[in-house]
Ligand binder design. Structure first.
Ligand SMILES: Cc1cc2nc3c(=O)[nH]c(=O)nc-3n(C[C@H](O)[C@H](O)[C@H](O)COP(=O)(O)O)c2cc1C
Length: 154
C-alpha cells in the first residue's frame, strides 16, 4: 500500500522492529492476518506518517515501523495488545536518518527464508543476555531481507 513517507532526510525519525508468534501459525492463517492488517493498518499508518513492512514465516510475524517516535510507539502499543499474536519481542527502536520503506504505509515482504524468524523469536532472550549488539544485528538482517523482498499483498 503506497503512502507519503518521503525518501529524504527527516528529523525525529525512528525505526522499530519486532518478531512475534502467531496464535494460528499455519501459513494460510498467517497470510489471512497479514491481509487483514494491510487493509486497516495501511490507512492508519498513512495518517500517522508511518511507513514499514510486514513479513511472515515459521509461524511468526516480523514488522518494521518507521516514523515519528511517538507515533511509532503508539502503534506498537496497539500491536502489543493484539490477540492475533503473542510473545511479541522488540528487536530494535533506533533513530534513523532515512526511511527504508519510504512510500509504503504497509509493504509486504512475503515469507522470509525458513528459520530466520523462528530463530529470531527463540534466540531473542539469549541474545539479550549476551548483549544488545546481537539483537540489533538480527534486526538489521531481518529489515534488510524485508527490503529486498517487497511484493504485493497476497
Ligand atoms: C502482525 C500485526 C501487525 C500489525 N501492524 C499494524 C500497523 O502497522 N499499524 C496499525 O495501526 N495496526 C497494526 N496492527 C493492528 C493493531 O494490532 C490493532 O488491531 C489496530 O491498530 C486497531 O487497534 P484498536 O483496536 O486498539 O483501535 C497489526 C496487527 C498485527 C497482528
Amino acid at each position: 500500500m503506497a503512502a507519503d513517507g518521503g525518501g529524504g532526510r527527516q528529523h525525529g525519525l525512528f525505526a522499530l522492529s519486532y518478531v512475534s508468534r502467531a496464535v494460528e501459525p499455519d501459513m494460510e492463517s498467517l497470510l489471512r492476518v497479514a491481509r487483514a492488517v494491510a487493509v486497516d493498518a495501511g490507512v492508519r499508518n498513512g495518517l500517522a506518517s508511518i511507513t514499514g513492512a510486514l513479513c511472515v514465516g515459521d509461524g511468526c510475524f516480523a514488522q518494521v515501523l518507521e516514523g515519528p517516535g511517538a507515533a511509532v510507539l503508539d502503534t506498537f502499543d496497539r500491536i502489543l495488545a493484539d490477540p492475533r499474536h503473542q510473545e511479541v519481542r522488540l528487536l530494535e527502536f533506533i533513530p534513523i536518518a532515512c526511511r527504508r520503506f519510504a512510500g509504503w504505509s504497509m509493504a509486504f515482504s512475503g515469507e522470509l527464508a525458513p528459520g530466520i524468524l523462528a530463530g529470531a523469536a527463540v534466540e531473542h532472550r539469549l541474545l539479550e543476555r549476551l548483549g544488545r549488539g546481537s539483537v540489533a544485528h538480527k534486526a538489521q538482517v531481518i529489515a534488510a531481507a524485508m527490503e529486498v523482498n517487497l511484493r504485493p499483498f497476497p
